[in-house]
Ligand binder design. Sequence first.
Ligand code: ATP
Ligand code: MG
Length: 566
Amino acid sequence: MKLSKYLLPTLREVPAEAEITSHQLMLRAALMRKLASGVYSFLPMGLKTLRKVEAIIREEMNNEDAIELLMSALLPAESYMASGRWDVFGSEMFRLKDRSNRDFCLGPTHEEIFTETVKNTVKSYKQLPMTIYQIQTKYRDERRPRFGVMRSREFIMKDAYSFDKDQAGLDASYEKMYRAYKKAFDRMGLDYIVVDADSGAMGGSGSQEFMVKSDIGEDTIAYCEKCGYSANSEKAACIPEKGSDEPMRDIEKLHTPNVGTIDELVSSLNTSAKNFAKTLIYRADDKFVAVMVRGDRDVNETKLTNYLGAIEVELAAASDVMEITKANVGFAGPIGLEVEVIADNEIMEMHNFVVGANETDYHFINVNVGRDFTPDHVGDFRTVCEGDVCHKCGGKISICQGIEVGHIFKLGTKYTEALDCTFLDEDGKPQVPIMGCYGIGVNRCVAAIIEQHSDEKGIIWPMSVAPFEVIVVVPNMKDEAQKNGGEMIYNELKKLGIDVLYDDRNERAGVKFNDADLIGIPVRITVGKKFGEGIVEFKERKSDEILEMSIEDAINKAKEIVERER
Ligand code: ATP
Ligand code: MG
């Protein structure tokens, strides 16, 4: 490709809206442009990388015998109504009506549609196991689209669904996808870890996420250096910290005006947050519950949702809190509350602690479980913290941030049952297939690759996903010999099957070198002043070293590197 005839509107300035490196570079290197919040158009260079990422995923899926097909993005509502997800998706689902007023959505994910397809096409156990997949556009009206294509409202997903006769079959299908994912992410040059993930309240029997460690990641990962355990913090199990053995003291009600926060309260009582039990009022679908965790802990809403089997839990509105506690927000406590009290395990370890008194400006001190109140439910309802004890080995838990690029999930029969999908077993009896589902965020992968492969000058593409493998730069196009030399090397490289970009623009040398660094093509060959002596410059984007060599050596070296790293 000749750059003079290409579409590469690179930007000098960092666009103000882009907070993170990958988003900035995807705009500056002209991979994409924004159309609306969370909606992007891919420009030619961005599309080339996107297609390379897709090709890697496709190859690895095919290698594990998954079969590619393509579903519509425009989907009738019925299957989602049958599975219950027409409601579950809530405002995240883009909904529309056709001219006859029938309900449709733009597919946020396709479990229902794949299940329908299998229901209509698979009849016998002889056709199973089967894993089918697509690489297709998804739509989710995310509450907070951000970081460019990292979290967008339209994005490309590779979604696969396995159908098996029994649990052992599902385990094997899952294992194959695990392998395919590892190979695909390795080939993309991503440095990632696989973490245990939440598998929801219903059906799922196992789930793992592929996480790219990054400070800008929206997921929190808990891991143990000692035994290698790692889990999404939504899921990571917590061990309660042992409490003291001090004897019970008499409970007292204290007047505590003007203390808005836990910090203010504990400092005015001259105690610590560890000696305070937070009581938070939650709305779980259409009922209210009170959840207690130690003052320095956070309620884990995923654990709470799963425990309650709820579709959605969220903190109750202030007006509801006031009605339930008969006090202003901030004074809830377990004593005398009429809603169910759900306590984290750690509350059972505490003695002589502080709680709200369900009365504005009052707290109880020296509260003890058993004597002063008894929770209705006790369990693991808090989020893991840095320094916690690992529940597997007793080691120490560390916390880091991660970008979820892929997710594999043993689903069970939730969808096949809901949609009445069956096959005939060896005895001719109808059975329900067991499903797994497996997703990769294709454009999120592109962004994650850039997060891990860039410097202050721009992107440093791994060869496997680089939009072009080699760039040929002629800094001075006015020099006929150099211009012809550039053209000749460009043609030679093309003949070798290398994906090559030729910067033949009438631009200043500085502009050309800056752009070459910004767009991050792995190998650069510069045809400059020494071309008359048969010498060109050879540089890899990831190294600072500029080598001088003969034209032939440069071409051979480029070929060797491309073929090795591609
Ligand atoms: P998240 O927790 O990030 O919202 P999710 O659990 O909703 O992800 P899945 O439904 O498992 O994601 O989708 C499979 C993959 O699709 C994810 O692993 C992620 O890589 C990608 N993905 C999900 N939502 C988005 C989005 N809004 N923009 C870009 N990629 C996304
Ligand atoms: Mg999501």
